[in-house]
Design a protein around this ligand. Structure first.
Ligand SMILES: Cc1cc2nc3c(=O)[nH]c(=O)nc-3n(C[C@H](O)[C@H](O)[C@H](O)COP(=O)(O)O)c2cc1C
Length: 186
């Protein structure tokens, strides 16, 4: 099996499909983002890479707060819409209904089963994109999507992003922090 080189590009095997919420000029705005992940365990932090031209970036800079909202597959049309249209050109405040939690300035999308409230911790200027790192202040979740105090992937039905395509979550392969116990040294 030969390897070929593909050149440097912003690649990751699979990504989440999220909605970044930020108030811009006092109005909620949501943009679709796939370039996001956990950044730290203690304190709990997440990060998202946002192009400098995005309307959402203005809101994060303005309030130093933002949210990451986890849409379910049933919200794929609204979610993709927020990735096609800029709040600078069209008002997206009505695409999802908003509520506010502890931070008061980070809009949370009611229809999304999980909402992560973040206080801006640090901004890293990477080039075309800024990496916004946020401390998680609170997680809101639909009661029906929680099992044993944690968001449950089988109930949320989140949207996976890869190769310009949205996917559902596939079947379980094995248990993490456990499957490796069956490893046998050669
Ligand atoms: C599936 C998908 C994922 C996206 N991921 C990102 C991302 O991680 N970072 C980013 O800056 N833009 C991303 N975009 C593009 C923005 O969502 C898009 O430019 C949006 O219109 C920006 O909205 P705003 O100007 O209201 O902030 C993505 C778009 C889609 C459809």
């Amino acid at each position: 099996m030969g390897k070929i080189t593909l050149g440097p590009m912003p690649y990751m095997s699979v990504m989440p499909t999220l909605l970044v919420g930020a108030n811009v000029k006092g109005k909620p705005n949501y943009m679709t983002a796939a370039w996001a992940t956990v950044a730290c365990m203690a304190p709990p932090m997440v990060c998202v890479a946002i192009n400098k031209a995005r309307y959402t970036a203005k809101g994060i800079e303005e309030n130093k707060t933002f949210s990451l909202n986890v849409p379910s597959s049933e919200q794929v049309v609204e979610t993709d819409h927020c990735g096609l249209v800029s709040g600078g050109l069209e008002d997206k405040s009505g695409v999802f209904s908003s509520f506010y939690g502890k931070l008061k300035t980070a809009p949370l999308a009611t229809e999304c089963p999980v909402n992560i409230e973040c206080k801006l911790f640090k901004t890293v200027d990477c080039g075309s994109h800024r990496l916004y790192i946020g401390t998680i202040e609170e997680i809101h979740a639909d009661n029906a999507c929680v099992t044993a105090g944690r968001p449950d992937i089988t109930k949320i039905n989140p949207i996976i992003y890869a190769q310009a395509t949205y996917f559902d979550v596939g079947k379980k392969v094995d248990s993490a922090f456990s499957a490796g116990k069956n490893y046998k040294k050669k």
